[in-house]
Write a new protein. Structure first.
Length: 463
């Protein structure tokens, strides 16, 4: 049979899908958010399955080689995990990064490989069933409520039934397919979103030589440099190089896509954040692939710049390139409440707050300008941001919560993602215990549980 070249659609035959399992809670996505939701729910005695498309946990934190939370981790399960990492040498102490606008308290980067192990261990110990290398194809919506998800892996298509589904996919994939309303980026017709990028590491960097030079360089305006040589293993953080980059571009004819580079260490290894691709529709596979190819080009160029211009990099080589593209912004679901930029800057008080967050304001200019990275006073995230409109028994957590483009500059950061995951897991468990929908869960009970595990709920509780 000869296929028609002009064909635009095909008809897939109907088929019965076997049920793999029925559980209390399905967590979609095992990235920076999902494990905190899954562990929190399982510790409340619920049968939880977490579905992850890759073969390890942590997402952008680990696979993406980001390693750094971009803010302080202030309590609850996130702090438990970070303290556990510290206890096994997988993270250092918090430090104060000095920027052009003042100090920013930042939790130490983690060793991404150790963090993969720790997150997996905590999930298994709490009773979470992880399904690695498994994709969620679609939710099943019956009578206006999500009742499970269809998954695909090497066994084919299967169904997992659930009383509650928590969408920790980062891009609100489940919510979108359940017809939850959402906006893309800033919500305008000419959608503006923060750019994508890709982390990588470099070997054979002389950290002491780099630190000594950076202390006196006018071209590294944002930095954290430990006093001790041992402190360099987890505590070196440098952002800038703008003047040097412009000179390099002019002399070499190589065009880069951003005018600064961020360097940081984790377990003595150098992590480089120096790539950027603007205006990528990550839901278009051709554009997505093109962005990865462009990041590879930029990684070569940035490495050449560092070797030729920055003391300490003379003999450095590319180590590992993240196997995933770093995506900062896509869908924002529309929830019971939409967190605004003003809320995140003013620290609006919410009676249904499920987390106080101290993440930095971290904006990568969608038009290609400089990064705006600033420490801000703490703010609060209300439960309503986790409850999407239009469907029942679905919660969202992570960077796809109901927040506008401006608030997203803080709520997309890892401490907030971990905190919303934690709250969603607890809320789902409480809703099942109380026999109510997640929309009508007694938030006061969720808050009491969060307080019991040391999570601050209001801005003034963060010191």
């Amino acid at each position: 049979m000869q296929l028609q070249a002009t064909r635009t659609t095909i008809t897939e035959p109907a088929r019965e899908i076997p049920v793999l399992m029925n559980v209390d809670i399905v967590v979609v996505g095992g990235g920076t958010t999902g494990p905190f939701a899954a562990i929190s729910a399982a510790r409340r005695g619920k049968k939880v399955v977490m579905i992850e498309r890759f073969g390890s946990l942590g997402g952008n934190l680990t696979l993406g080689l980001n390693t750094k939370p971009s803010g302080a981790i202030v309590g609850g399960l996130p702090l438990e995990v970070w303290n556990l990492a510290r206890s096994v040498g997988g993270a250092g102490e918090d430090y104060m990064a000095m920027t052009k606008t003042g100090g920013v308290k930042i939790a130490s980067p983690c060793d991404p490989e150790m963090m993969k192990i720790l997150l997996t261990r905590l999930c298994v110990d709490s009773g979470v069933q992880i399904l690695f290398e498994t994709l969620v194809s679609a939710p099943l919506v019956e009578d206006g409520a999500v009742t499970g998800v269809i998954v695909e892996n090497k066994s084919g298509r299967q169904f997992i039934g659930a009383k509650v589904v928590i969408d920790c996919s980062a891009d609100a994939d489940v919510a979108a397919q359940a017809d939850v309303p959402f906006i893309m980026g800033d919500g305008r017709d000419d959608v503006t979103m923060q750019p994508v990028s890709m982390y990588y590491t470099m070997n054979k960097v002389d950290l002491k030589r780099l630190a000594d030079w950076a202390r006196t360089s006018d071209d590294v305006p944002a930095q954290a440099i430990p006093d001790s040589v041992e402190g360099l293993n987890y505590g070196l953080w440098l952002t800038g190089f703008t003047g040097m980059l412009r000179k390099f571009e002019a002399e070499s004819g190589i065009k880069l896509q951003r005018d600064n580079i961020t360097l940081k260490t984790a377990d003595g290894l150098m992590y480089v954040n120096g790539t950027r691709v603007l205006g990528v529709d990550i839901f278009n596979p051709v554009e997505f692939t093109g962005a990865i190819v462009e990041c590879y080009r930029q990684i070569e160029a940035v490495s050449k710049f560092l070797r030729e211009n920055v003391p300490g990099f003379e003999h450095a080589t590319i180590g590992q390139i993240a196997p995933v593209l770093g995506v900062r912004e896509t869908r924002h679901v529309q929830g019971e409440y939409t967190l605004t930029g003003r809320d995140s800057l003013d620290g609006t008080r919410f009676e249904d707050s499920i987390a106080a967050d101290a993440s930095a304001l971290d904006i990568h200019d969608p038009k290609g300008g400089d990064v705006d990275f600033r420490g801000m006073k703490p703010y609060e995230i209300p439960y309503g941001c986790l409850v999407p409109m239009g469907v029942e028994q679905l919660l969202v957590a992570g960077r796809c919560i109901s927040a506008d483009h401006d608030a997203h500059a803080r709520s997309r950061n890892m401490p907030a993602c971990m905190a919303t995951g934690q709250a969603a897991g607890i809320a789902a468990a409480v809703a099942i215990d109380e026999g109510v929908t997640v929309r009508k869960v007694p938030v006061g009970k969720v808050q009491r549980i969060l307080r019991d595990i040391g999570m601050p709920l209001h801005a003034e509780e963060i010191r």
